[in-house]
Write a protein that binds this ligand. Structure first.
Ligand code: NDP
Length: 342
């Protein structure tokens, strides 16, 4: 039986990956900060109690080493992070401690305690930041634009460095946004899905968001964790860009979400005055506020995921319409107290 250690296993990706590996017959050890809030995800996935819990804070070097001594896993998936870009502007030091030095603590423990373990690092499309390239792939230069992205840049290169210098089987997935009903509520996609469902049920009047023109490449998280696993099954470690290759605006995302809840939105006005109005009732359901604009916005990124397709045989299959509708339908079920299928 193969053994895997997943840090941040109570997060969106960690929960989906835990289920995937359990289905594949792995013994799964899940490391997360004690008292963390994500157990509901494992409950909804029907795997609560099946993952062996390993309380771990990536800030604690001794604890990092001891979890590796206890588990000696075949595969390590480092998903733990302070993963919110906006929070990184107000908590830059903590973000760097967890996302940059935390990864170094983990890699150093792997090198000393369990060098045969295969290692996955969750890198991000935010690394590209203000890159001038029309299309990004694994060779595009990085120009991070937030403390989150800078911390992940360090993590990315230290992982590459441990691969090159110490010969670790260490790989990075440069992941574009991926969403699901298990996304944290602080992220705009889940906020929109919840709002569409609550407005439908008369529990909320409207939702206020930031830039409607921001474009993102949104995929389905459940498919992205399959790519993580595939990367660690390769004979040689490498870095892969994971994306759908298609971008859509926040405005389009909202239109799809509200449509899934039974509303047709008409967009009127411009900039901060733009509104999403329900064509049936004339009610304003979506407003814009500067409060939700990023301190420095990443311009449109356009991904080329050809390497993951060619080498891993990985191709995301779920389109944005299906993904967003699924997220809203799940929120409607949660409100009704019905069992959700994830
Ligand atoms: P989440 O924020 O949902 O999960 C991160 C997990 O790490 C949470 O359970 C969190 O606990 C835990 N954690 C936070 N701090 C620590 C710490 N000091 N020690 C141990 N655990 C900690 O993220 P996702 O699942 O969405 O993402 C997984 C990884 O992929 C992250 O590294 C993220 O940065 C990266 N990524 C994600 C993308 C996406 O679109 N989802 C895109 C690109 C990269 P708690 O919630 O209690 O704080």
């Amino acid at each position: 039986m193969k053994k895997a250690l997943i840090t941040g296993y109570r997060g969106q990706d960690g929960a989906y990956l835990s289920r995937l590996l359990l289905e594949k017959g792995y013994q799964v050890h899940g490391a997360d900060i004690a008292g963390g809030a994500g157990l509901w995800r494992l409950r909804e996935l029907g795997i609560e109690g099946l993952v062996k819990e390993e309380p771990l804070d990536l800030l604690d070097e001794t604890a990092v080493r001891s979890v590796l001594e206890r588990t000696r896993p075949d595969e390590i998936y480092n998903l733990a992070a302070q993963s919110a870009v906006p929070l990184s502007f107000t908590e830059p030091v903590l973000t760097a401690e967890i996302n940059a030095l935390g990864v170094t603590r983990l890699l150093e423990a792997v090198r000393r305690v369990s060098p045969a373990s295969r290692f996955y690092q969750a890198s991000t499309a935010e690394l590209f930041g203000s890159t001038g390239s029309a299309q990004q792939n694994e060779t595009t230069a990085f120009h991070p634009k937030s403390p989150y992205a800078v911390s992940k840049l360090y993590a990315h290169w230290i992982t590459v460095n441990y691969r090159q210098v110490h010969g670790l089987h260490a790989s990075c997935g440069i992941m574009f946004n991926h969403e699901s009903p298990l996304r944290g509520e602080q992220f705009v996609t889940r906020k929109i899905a919840i709002a569409a469902a609550r407005i439908k049920k008369g529990l909320q009047e409207k939702v206020t968001v930031g830039s409607l023109d921001s474009r993102r490449d949104w995929g389905y998280a459940r498919e992205y964790v399959e790519a993580m696993w595939l990367m660690l099954q390769q004979a040689s470690p490498d870095d892969y860009l994971l994306a759908t290759g298609r971008t859509r605006t926040v405005r389009e995302f909202i239109t799809i979400a509200f449509s899934a809840a039974g509303f047709t939105l008409d967009w009127t006005g411009e900039g901060l005055a733009e509104k999403g109005v329900d064509t049936d009732s004339g009610r304003t359901l979506v407003e814009v506020s500067k409060e939700f604009y990023r301190a420095s916005e990443v311009p449109e990124l356009s991904a080329d995921p050809a390497k993951a397709l060619e080498k891993l045989g990985w191709r995301p299959a779920t389109g944005l319409e299906d993904l967003v509708s699924f997220m809203v339908e799940t929120e409607l079920k949660r409100i009704a107290g019905e069992k959700v299928q994830l």
